[in-house]
Ligand binder design. Structure first.
Ligand code: SF4
Length: 403
């Protein structure tokens, strides 16, 4: 990962602003208030200075076809307006790969997404994350050393040889590479069932990380695997907190990780919204806790949630359990339907929201001035194996990609 500006080969004809921006660049300063992580203060973060919109427009225009901007569905409105395409993490990685003519891919999302884009794009393209502090707490819950230790625990229990490692897209590149090296695969929230079917054709057990909830919900609700055959491996406890006998008996070995946004929705919130809004339908993401999903009417990926609301009849009522920026955009986009946030308290993704307009303007203006900043690069060895795990997913029939 490069954090210092790097000269590029050519500069644009149109001059762009170099006026100072009010922002922190990772590693240079810090903001103790925003470092506290996800909060539920009752509101979305405030929008940035509207004057920055013009600067972003000017810098983007100066870069022209050399630039392609990707925007994840959970990004702020002020950022998403500059995206050339919006989508979930895998759709955006594929979009990046489909733009070989773009010299710069600016990824408005989080770090693991930019890594995947770098893996799937050519070496002559630079993938840029406007704020390097935009990580993912779920991805951080599975570190390579922890996963390697877990594999040793499985080997000691005599089950590593019959276990297929499956990682969610929301993981770092080295975790994807681990799966690539060990005959494993990547999945998304759209294709987790297809991927698990593939895995169980090749092994008796699956080690699923980092999100225990997606693994459990898919195994139990879509594959019919009994709940008691799913055990949780806790990387912070000796031996994962499970015995060799438990490992030998289990079908799904779930990593103890979760999304700090989707994991906050509660079964009580489902009960509460049903009381408050008669005839409401509850639609949640599979990263939600199993108990929440059991109480919901529908469960599916971000793209599924969007298409469900899109196709719903006018007058229908929906309580949606996913990231707040997206839910609010859906509510605005479909005024003929009642779209409500499932929780009473705000629960936006703090790291997604780090990509704000000042950081986007900073990245674009630097590019327009001939400086590549915040480039995300994956080393060749990691890239080779991570791409193998991604390719196994891409090669699956049917809905192999996020849709
Ligand atoms: S919403 Fe959850 S999984 Fe997505 S980036 Fe935020 S913490 Fe990570």
């Amino acid at each position: 990962m490069t954090t210092t500006p790097t000269p590029v080969s050519s500069t644009p004809a149109t001059p762009v602003s170099r006026a100072p921006l009010s922002l922190f660049v990772l590693g240079t300063e810090s903001d103790p208030h925003s470092e506290r992580g996800v909060e539920c203060p009752g509101d979305l973060p405030p929008a940035s200075d509207p004057a920055l919109v013009e600067r972003a427009r000017r810098a983007k225009a100066a870069l022209g076809d050399r630039l392609f901007v990707l925007g994840h569905h959970y990004q702020r409105d002020e950022v998403i307006q500059f995206a050339d395409v919006t989508g979930d993490s895998f759709k955006l990685a594929r979009e990046a790969a489909a733009r070989p003519e773009a010299e710069f891919i600016v990824f408005c999302g989080v770090h693991f997404m930019a890594e995947s884009a770098d893996i799937l794009t050519s070496d002559r393209q630079a993938v840029i994350l406007p704020d390097l502090a935009a990580g993912c707490s779920m991805a951080d819950m599975a570190r390579l050393s922890q996963v390697e230790d877990a594999w040793d625990v499985l080997a000691d229990a005599g089950v590593a040889g019959v276990t297929v490692p499956v990682t969610y897209m929301n993981s770092s590149a080295d975790i994807k590479a681990f799966c690539g090296k060990h005959g494993g695969v990547v999945c998304t929230s759209s294709n987790a069932k297809t991927v698990l079917e593939w895995a169980f054709q090749r092994g008796e057990k699956v080690l699923f990380f980092p999100d225990q909830h997606l693994g459990r919900n898919t195994a139990v609700l879509e594959m019919g695997i009994p709940l008691e055959d799913c055990i949780v491996y806790d990387p912070h406890r000796p031996g994962g907190g499970v015995s060799p006998e438990q490992l030998r008996a289990a079908t799904m070995i779930l990593w103890k990780g979760h999304c700090s946004v989707h994991g906050r929705f509660t079964p009580e919130a489902v009960d509460d919204v049903r009381t408050r809004i008669p005839d409401v339908q509850v639609l949640v993401h599979p990263e939600c806790q199993h108990e929440v999903v059991l109480k919901a009417d529908l469960v599916g990926s971000t793209e599924f949630i969007i298409s469900t609301i899109d196709k719903a009849p006018a007058g229908s009522k929906w309580a949606v359990g996913t990231e707040l920026n997206l839910v609010q955009r859906l509510a605005k986009a479909y005024p003929d339907k009642e779209v409500t946030f499932l929780e009473k308290h705000v629960c936006y993704c703090a790291t997604m929201n780090r990509i704000d307009l000042p950081h986007l303007v900073w990245a674009l203006e630097n590019l327009a001035q001939g400086q590549v900043v915040n480039q995300i690069t994956v080393d060749a060895e990691t890239e080779r194996y991570a791409r193998a795990a991604l390719q196994r997913m891409l090669d699956l029939p049917g809905r192999s990609a996020a849709d």
